[in-house]
Design a protein around this ligand. Sequence first.
Ligand code: PRP
Ligand code: ZN
Length: 293
Amino acid sequence: MSSLPRTRLVIAIQKSGRLADKSLELVSSAGLRVVKGANELLYRVENYPIDLLRVRDDDIPTFVADGVADLGIVGRNVLEEAAHDPPPEVIMPLGFGRCELKIAAPEGAPFDGPASLAGMRIATTYPNLLSAYLARNGVSAEIVTMKGAVEVAPRLKLANAICDLVSTGATLEANGLAAVATILRSEALLIRAPHPIGGEFAPLADSIVQRFRGVTASQGAKYVMMNAPRAALARITDILPGADAPTVTPLAGVEDRVAVHAVCQESVFWETLERLKAAGASAILVLPIEKMM
Ligand code: PRP
Ligand code: ZN
């Protein structure tokens, strides 16, 4: 399938489900003003020539690989299950929509490594990933491909085990199932067509990717400020999680204390603040970061 020349950059996102809300949030945080018009399939961005193509997540890899969309936001689980050749290119992980593709069996069923799956019937909506996992482990089992509601298959005696996404684990628990193996760790990815994005849209696409990168990088990052004894600087830098060289400025009228400012890439916990305090820091402030570039 080849696509018609377009007048707007197209970003494919999941219409509803696991990634839908967060994908729209990311787009808004990147400064794109989304107008939800009458057209459910296409949302228009009013301040840039960009459209959001809202589709089923399973269709996103194909749309992006074929150039129907220039960029896409999709789970690693969906991307790797879609056997498109050549596959879309992964630009970066986006830090949300984390979940795992797991094999689960009725609670209490004996499990002693992948070999225990030999000869079983395993229900899944991920036949490709499951079959690759079984092959990797040299196990021969029967794959029962379903469209959904995989978790009820063991109770209906359709299968002995399932292979499905798990995030909180509530679905497994509600169905008397327990995870026995992990096949894939997944999160939302930004993907693009395997060929370069068409001429006039290339700069716009680049700028959107940079903004997504900025929003993603600032998630969880914190700006930390404090006053500290000059003598304790090395210790304090060690305690700050994921910080580069901090900015150190003199404090007016004070000789031996300085102001320390740092961007921490990881979560700053109360324990961290207590350790900073014990190292002599005072007036410690932890601030959220909205944008970063
Ligand atoms: C997955 C999976 C389970 C549920 C697990 O479905 O099929 O139903 O999520 O999540 P939990 O561990 O938090 O209970 P999903 O929401 O992705 O919908 P889909 O299967 O229709 O794509
Ligand atoms: Zn789906």
